[in-house]
Design a protein around this ligand. Structure first.
Ligand code: G3P
Ligand code: CA
Length: 245
């Protein structure tokens, strides 16, 4: 299937520590055409890639990202919790990932994690960084914080946005059009064939998350979605790249 987006959730997070450079590099080797990652902000305003607002689960330290400087954050080990082979991995900056994908066709799905902590100025910083690196065409900004996505769209109409949501919505494509979003990123159980088709008719693509089981992937493909966010991009690639008979 041509142009189907194989989006690695937090990089190759089934085989590497999530949201590390190892995970991002590995997912490209495994056939991902896109990378999804989570953006938080340090006390000195640096955008960094880590799922949680706090360090304890993936960085073997205590405290909130919002309360530590970037230099402090870079002292923590973001890989040993996953496996000793990944000890000494660091929490990447947004620029570390930009450097990896620049010049490649990789789709970059940056999720703004500003639902729990309202990072002041995050939208301006992320838009500026994308423009500085000339990655406007490669990036899709997503968030469960839809007000923040509207803010991004006002700042940068040229950068695509996608709405994350968990439960079924009524005519989600109408909502996407109203918010000038070009994508819907629903939880997999909120996907219906009718919504996917209607969204596409409105110019809105649908990429469900997080789909790891091959049978579930096939069911999603059968609804007509244009891409899938997964921890196992190699599994999805093997389904997608089967030659048509
Ligand atoms: O982008 C989809 C997915 O990443 C949203 O959930 O918690 O894994 O960031 P979460
Ligand atoms: Ca995410």
């Amino acid at each position: 299937m041509r142009n189907f987006a194989i989006i690695a959730h937090r990089g190759a997070s089934a085989v590497c520590p999530e949201n590390t450079m190892s995970a991002f590099e590995r997912c490209l080797e495994l056939g991902a055409t896109g990378i999804e990652t989570d953006v938080q902000m340090t006390s000195d305003g640096r955008l960094v890639l880590i799922h949680d607002e706090t360090l304890s689960r993936t960085a073997a330290a205590e405290g909130w990202i919002k309360d530590i400087t970037y230099d402090q954050l870079r002292t923590y080990d973001a890989g040993a919790w996953f496996h000793a082979d990944f000890a000494e991995e660091r929490i990447p900056s947004l620029e570390d990932l930009f450097r990896l994908v620049q010049g490649k066709g990789t789709l970059l799905n940056l999720e703004l994690k500003n639902g729990i902590v309202s990072y002041k100025g995050m939208e301006e910083k992320i838009v500026q960084a994308i423009r500085d690196w000339k990655l406007e065409q490669q990036v899709v900004l997503s968030s469960f914080n839809h007000a923040s996505l509207v803010r991004c769209k006002r700042l940068a109409p040229e950068i695509r946005t996608a709405l994350l949501y968990m439960e079924k919505l009524y005519r989600p494509y109408d909502y996407a059009v109203k918010l000038e979003a070009s994508g819907l990123h629903p939880y997999k159980l909120a996907v219906t064939h009718e919504d996917v088709a209607a969204a596409l008719a409105h110019g809105v693509v649908t990429y469900p998350f997080t789909v790891n089981d091959p049978a579930e992937m096939q069911a999603m493909i059968d609804t007509g979605v244009q891409g899938i966010i997964t921890d196992v991009p190699d599994v999805l690639a093997s389904l997608i790249n089967v030659p048509a008979r």
